[in-house]
Design a protein around this ligand. Structure first.
Ligand SMILES: NC(=O)c1ccc[n+]([C@@H]2O[C@H](COP(=O)([O-])OP(=O)(O)OC[C@H]3O[C@@H](n4cnc5c(N)ncnc54)[C@H](OP(=O)(O)O)[C@@H]3O)[C@@H](O)[C@H]2O)c1
Length: 350
């Protein structure tokens, strides 16, 4: 633990330089002054947080030593402690959930400032860890399906008879996307490669499961499906690009949330006049877009769906409490690229 503690300080856990996750010094615990919220900001006391691939990716990118540790973490369940003068959606004491901004200090901290427009009220009937599993993946899946693929949220007549292929059905995002796509009335073909991820994907709404370690085109055609209307790519765009261009229907729609380390050849879509879109969950807060408050609205709907049982938390692993050792354990799990659902670190069980 670095520095000396003052009564106005808060504890945070950060990274000063990339070290392999086996290294006990891959995270640093330190103290810094607790911030005062202004404008649209909430000061939130973090109760539970989760780890996503973005955390391990950003940690791996810190190759030059930093003077101040970088605080990671983009999923939170917590309590509003104080509000800025422009805040209108929340008040102190509210229980909230959010993913946060890519360019502000993260959730691996005792307290955090976050803009109210990207925060939702937490569901009332779930446990802290079940809630913290959901914000980032739900926002990503929701925006990808309902904003970037333009699938109607609530119009079964329009989605009737249409099929979506979800590549990586059992990961954090896929476990939510599969549920939402099925809820929207689509037939869902999702991918998974192991007995437990295949069973999990079926339990979360997939009508059919195909193996992403084998030829997807052949397996989908073997199901009697020549083309799919939508494709949601959640693993490695370059690796699956050829299969995607083969399987997408004429006038179909594709969205990807992963990076592309090689250029992708959009010409492959011209003859089918299929569309391609990116989803980045951070776009709205990064650019402070006029529709940034839509993330508040999405999280409010997700909260209601969780409370009504229409959407299930994707929590599979809980660690207690939030500290550097448990962050290392969670990062190790996510780095394995075999996560099923989500890992959460919590300070409270109930
Ligand atoms: N753009 C955005 O806003 C955004 C948001 C969230 C995440 N992401 C990115 O999206 C990706 C997925 O995130 P996540 O949190 O869902 O990941 P995750 O939970 O770590 O995904 C783990 C799953 O990936 C599956 N998998 C491994 N290799 C695969 C392959 N070759 N093809 C298909 N699936 C494979 C594994 O299934 P098996 O073990 O059964 O093989 C495992 O269940 C990451 O790259 C992440 O950085 C982007």
């Amino acid at each position: 633990m670095k520095g000396s503690f003052k009564m106005t300080d808060m504890r945070a856990i950060g990274v000063t330089r990339y070290r392999p996750i086996e290294d006990p010094e891959s995270f640093t615990t330190f103290f810094e002054p607790k911030s005062t919220p202004t404008n649209h900001d909430l000061l939130v006391k973090i109760i539970a947080t989760s780890v996503n691939p973005v955390d391990t990716g950003v940690r791996q990118g810190i190759q030059t030593p930093l003077k101040q540790p970088k605080v990671l973490g983009w999923d939170a369940y917590g309590t509003v402690e104080a509000t800025g003068e422009a805040v209108s959606l929340f008040q102190p004491g509210d229980r909230v959930m959010y993913a946060g901004s890519f360019i502000r200090p993260g959730t691996d901290s005792e307290y955090q400032l976050v803009d109210e427009r990207i925060v939702g009220h937490a569901p009332k009937h779930l446990k802290p860890a079940e809630i913290a599993a959901m914000p980032l993946t739900s926002l990503t899946a929701w925006e990808a399906l309902f904003e970037q693929l333009h699938i109607p949220v609530d119009n079964a007549a329009e989605t009737h008879g249409k099929t979506i292929l979800i590549i990586n059905g059992a990961g954090g995002v896929g476990s939510v996307a599969t549920q939402l796509a099925r809820m929207a009335g689509l037939k869902v073909i999702a991918t998974a490669s192991r007995p437990e991820t295949i069973a999990w994907t079926k339990a979360h709404g997939a009508n059919e499961v195909v193996n992403h370690r084998q030829d997807l085109v052949q397996q989908v055609r073997d199901l009697g499906v020549t083309f799919v209307d939508y494709i949601l790519e959640l693993s490695d765009l370059n690796q699956h690009w050829h299969e995607i261009t083969e399987l997408i229907a004429p006038s179909g729609h594709i969205v990807s949330i992963t990076g592309s380390d090689q250029p992708i050849d959009l010409r492959a879509l011209k003859q089918k006049r299929a569309t391609f879109a990116w989803e980045w969950m951070y776009t709205k807060s990064y650019y402070q877009t006029a529709d940034m408050i839509s993330q508040h609205k999405i999280l409010e709907q997700v909260s209601q769906l969780l409370d009504s049982g229409q959407l299930r938390s994707t929590l599979t692993k809980t660690l207690f409490p939030i500290n550097a050792d448990n962050l290392r354990a969670a990062h190790r799990l996510v780095e394995s690229h075999h996560m099923m659902g989500k890992v959460v670190i919590t300070n409270e069980h109930e």
